[in-house]
Design a protein around this ligand. Structure first.
Ligand SMILES: Cc1cc2nc3c(=O)[nH]c(=O)nc-3n(C[C@H](O)[C@H](O)[C@H](O)COP(=O)(O)O)c2cc1C
Length: 139
């Protein structure tokens, strides 16, 4: 299986847009056996997607040309045997005052975060939401 993390810059971030993205994502991801998490904030999307390599590549190509965000930057790809978000078609997390300040994000803090640390961020998120049951995916 393939795991991929990227970051991007939302265009016109708001609840309605986020709800639309999540609706599309959950419908498609269930079909494509993709799971993951989308951390979002007015100045940042940070998303982890995991699944069969061909489906992940196809999704990342669609995401790259989506005009609801820009400056899409690949941060890590990995081959993994287990999912971090087996129960989630797409977990959404409104970055609880997050690890980086807006100024740090603007300065490239996300891009300079080591892949192992990025994986830890999502592993912590996964552990913190283990009790939430909705949107179950592929446990
Ligand atoms: C930040 C962000 C995250 C997204 N995540 C997903 C996703 O996990 N799965 C998905 O199918 N589409 C996702 N999309 C939407 C895709 O870019 C694309 O619009 C969608 O897959 C096309 O679906 P459709 O062919 O059903 O219209 C995301 C878009 C944005 C802006």
């Amino acid at each position: 299986m393939k795991r991929l993390v990227y970051r991007s810059q939302p265009f016109g971030f708001g609840r309605a847009m986020l709800a639309g993205i999540l609706l599309d994502s959950r419908r498609n991801n269930r079909r494509d056996e993709i799971t993951g998490a989308l951390i979002c904030r007015h100045d940042l999307y940070l998303q982890l997607i995991e699944g069969h390599a061909s489906e992940i590549d196809a999704l990342y190509s669609r995401i790259n040309v989506d005009d609801r965000h820009g400056e899409v930057r690949l941060l890590l790809t990995d081959t993994v045997s287990e999912r971090l978000f087996p129960r989630w078609d797409m977990l959404d997390d409104e970055a609880p005052s997050l690890f980086w300040s807006p100024a740090e994000v603007a300065d490239g803090a996300v891009e300079s975060t080591a892949p192992v640390e990025l994986t830890r961020i999502f592993a912590r998120l996964s552990a913190n939401t283990a009790a939430r049951k909705e949107h179950s995916g592929y446990a």
